[in-house]
Design a protein around this ligand. Sequence first.
Ligand code: CO
Length: 490
Amino acid sequence: MQQLEKSAQSYSLTDWRQGYESQYQESEYLIDDIEGEIPLDLSGTLYRNGPGLLDVHGTPLRHPFDGDGMICAFTFDRGRCFFRNRFVKTREYLEEQKAGKMLYRGVFGSQKPGGWLANLFDIRVKNIANTNAIYWGNKLWALWEAAHPYRLNPDNLDTIGLDNLGGILGDGDVFSAHPRIDRHSQFNHDKPSLVNFGIKQEGISSTINVYEFDELGKIIQQYSYKTPGFCFIHDFVITPHYCIFFQNPTSYNPLPFVFGFKGAGECLDFDSSKPTKIILIPRQAPHEKVITLESEAGFIFHHSNAFEINEQEIVVDSICYAQLSQIDPDNSYKEVDFNKLAPGQLWRFKLNLTNKKVTKELINQRCVEFPYIHPDNVGRDYRYIFIGAAYHPRNNAPLQALLKLDLVTKEEQLYSFAPKGFAGEPVFIPKENGVSEDDGWVLNLIYDSSHHRSDLVIFDGKDIRQPVATLHLKQHIPYGLHGSFASTRK
Ligand code: CO
């Protein structure tokens, strides 16, 4: 740490790049190379999703987020951890494996400008199922925002097939990779419900479809809202009364090849002269009193949380970028100059539903991405955020640290994996009899470039300044996107 303080750059691009090498191998084994001890009360499976292949039979992908989804499962039981990784066997993945070559290059390549984007929300594009993995209603889903989810066997990760959720999703309907779980839904007798959305692009307008399911995966309610213009909405937030969407000022622009290490969104043109539209759809039927507000531009992939202060005021915390950075289509994403990109920073938006004013305040300067909070506080007032962070306190850089932020005292704790380690999304798992909001385990999958392998690092949420255990895998897992924890089924 001391030595790094003086250095302006905490990483080498060569090290960082190695984390984008394909992982072709599917494996399963009991992890036996462990520093520290796995907590005995950690019981269940951490599922993580992300691109496993960064090339298809030797043809490199234009963007890592086009890579075929690979699920990692870490199953904890009485102080031991069993690891397994499997590709999501989508129809397209199987076709390409059989053909021994890339069949879907045209969808993402520059030879058909605008082609894939025009079809982004069309079910016929290659479903890569690579963004999130969630267990709900006795089903494990691999999610990707422009298609139906893939259903997997939660025990061995075998692919079962596309899931239209019992006929809820019609042809062309999509299911985002960012469902939110309301632990006390007033629409499900105060029991948990899963709320998700899908964006359907229809000419010059977009329809936001919202779905709410009970804990068995049965639909409780379904509603939609049509908004003018192109909609690139990757994530959303809920409160007990609203689903909230930030419609970033984006439009089609197929020529520039857009790169964001922390999100998708190629070929989108971000117009910083236009406002971001904030759409609040009431969860209460008939869902008609939709409120729209405007805020100054900023690009958002991920939100941390939202909550209602009272009937008129709502807080939304989000990772906001001043610009959606773009690079030349001839340059590989692996040549990115992080210093030239706008960092994602944590902002607090205060929405006043009466006077329609939105105020915005920077919570923390550090470059951050992939926030995670205590699951009981989704949609409710909260105190702690666990988030991937850059080592440097201000500069844009790859995520190399875990940051814990206390929104009340503004206190922060940081654990750095720099210079050789690269971090992703932390997952917070509450302890069974936990008292305080940070009483739980934080699991972080780290790419260690010095050994070209990945480590699952476990922290105690109360104090993340030192890990509790580091589990060394036998191989590397390419940088992933999102995941979740399913407690052991009883
Ligand atoms: Co995401």
